[in-house]
Design a protein around this ligand. Structure first.
Ligand SMILES: Cc1ncc(COP(=O)(O)O)c(C=O)c1O
Length: 452
């Protein structure tokens, strides 16, 4: 049996797929502070215009610049694997395939968008990028991309992850990036939070506020986001476009597609090209998986909310726990986000995706099973996808159905071993917000406009 399927560099997709062209219900616009749709020029202090054009585009296909293809080819096309070891260990009537996005130099899917984002900023004449990072994967990926395009890079890393994953900042430094824990004393947004909550573990919502504040102060600086926005989802579709070609070579088509979802980008990257098939009538179960500790899609409403704590971003139509919500410090730092990509939220609303939440101990259990039969050490975020794969395989066995599962192995966890240590020594807790904590987080939405 073939273990993995490679594509040659010449078979790499040359266009990204923009699902905004095919949504069953149109995306609602981002709104400004006055409740009216924002215009592209209002985003200009934050992003370069070439990326803003992608953000608002409804063209189905968008060309990938040659220079970007050249850099992506360092590790792309990524291999599609058949997880025969896991299949045997589970003894279920399933074939399990996965895209290995851990082969990128930074160890995850994140460089699929950091490279084009650095490219478009460079072409636009920008000298420095600022960003937030949760687990540190995005900060690493952007530091690497900035190094390749001769840009400075400043990363605000959620404090709890900064402490849990000390090697990530060294990795960023190796690529020339500067990383500080967030909240920091360097921005008004950070100082305000520290004054109120000096011991806060931080959150992506706070780090985003800091990074935007740091960007808008200088003409030659822009902000870069590693997930959530339409252009990020767009860049990640290279994963699913490659997977489709590879699954065709394998002679299979997935019944179930799974990816973990923090802001939604690795999931979207694999799922969107298949979501189009589902919109056109194919029967596929497409599952974004989130932590029970941060249940954005499974328990939070579809609302208009800000992407950050200090309300610097426009209001986005998305599932949200409320911009004030500070998720518990679980080890999957990249999934600790209060919101979700508007495109992913939209497709959950129209029933194209079926979200699922899982507790972290189930994820580590699945990650250890995986490590012991497939070898690779998974990022704690990726472990959420793994746990869902195990669930779906067992469900197929119970129902006596043969299934083909395709999932995104979004990154390796070689820098995340503290979480494994905590799990192995029995110290990890399963946590989820109570109804009262959910209501408290959502109370900050009062008075904001509602989506249709
Ligand atoms: C390995 C890995 N997977 C998944 C995620 C979640 O992000 P997204 O939902 O944008 O793919 C992250 C974020 O840091 C990550 O590092």
């Amino acid at each position: 049996m073939t273990r993995k399927i490679f594509l040659s560099e010449k078979d790499m997709p040359r266009q990204w797929y923009n699902i905004a062209a095919d949504l069953p219900t149109p995306l609602q616009p981002p709104l400004g502070p006055d409740g009216h749709p924002i215009t592209p020029d209002m985003l200009a202090p934050v992003f370069p215009m070439n990326l803003i054009e992608q953000e608002v585009s409804t063209d189905r296909w968008i060309d990938i610049p040659e220079d970007v293809l050249d850099k992506l080819a360092i590790w792309r096309p990524s291999p599609l694997y058949r997880a025969t070891g896991l299949e045997a260990a589970l003894g279920c009537p399933v074939k399990i395939y996965y895209k290995n996005e851990g082969v990128s130099p930074a160890g995850s899917h994140k460089p699929n968008t950091s490279i084009p984002q650095a490219y478009y900023n460079k072409v636009f004449g920008i000298k420095k990028l600022t960003t937030e990072t949760g687990a540190g994967q995005w900060g690493s990926a952007l530091s690497m991309a900035c190094a390749m395009y001769g840009l400075e890079c400043k990363v605000f890393m959620v404090r709890i992850s900064f402490e849990q994953k000390p090697f990530r900042k060294l990795l960023m430094a190796a690529w020339g990036g500067t990383c500080v824990p967030s909240p920091s004393q360097e921005t008004q947004a950070g100082r305000d939070v520290l004054a109120k909550f000096p011991d806060t573990p931080g959150s992506l919502g706070i780090a985003i506020s800091e990074a935007i504040e740091a960007a808008v102060q200088n003409d030659d600086t822009r902000y870069s986001l590693g997930s959530v926005l339409n252009h990020v989802m767009l860049h990640q579709t290279i994963i699913g476009l490659e997977a489709k070609k590879q699954m065709e070579i394998a002679g299979d088509y997935p019944d179930v597609i799974i990816g973990c979802a923090g802001g939604g980008s690795n999931f979207a990257g694999l799922a969107f090209p298949y979501a189009l098939d589902k919109i056109n009538g194919k029967d596929i179960d497409i599952i974004p998986v989130e932590p029970a500790a941060c249940p954005t899609l499974t328990r939070a409403p579809f609302v208009y909310d800000h992407g950050d704590l200090a309300k610097m971003t426009p209001l986005l139509p998305m599932h949200s726990l409320g911009h004030d919500f500070i998720p518990q410090p679980i080890h999957a730092g990249g999934l600790r986000y209060h919101g979700m990509a508007p495109l992913v939220s939209n497709l959950v609303q129209s029933g194209v995706f079926r979200p699922m939440s899982i507790h972290q101990t189930d994820c580590y259990k699945a990650a250890l099973t995986w490590a012991r039969c497939e070898g690779f050490i998974s990022a704690p975020e990726t472990a959420h996808a793994l746990a869902a794969v195990v669930r779906e395989a067992l469900k197929a066995k119970e129902e006596g159905k043969e299934k083909t599962i395709l999932f995104n192995w979004s990154g390796h966890g070689l820098m995340d071993l503290v979480g494994y240590d905590k799990y192995l020594s029995g110290e990890l807790q399963d946590i989820e917000p109570s109804d009262a904590e959910m209501a408290c987080g959502l109370s900050c939405l009062e008075g904001l406009p509602k989506p249709n």
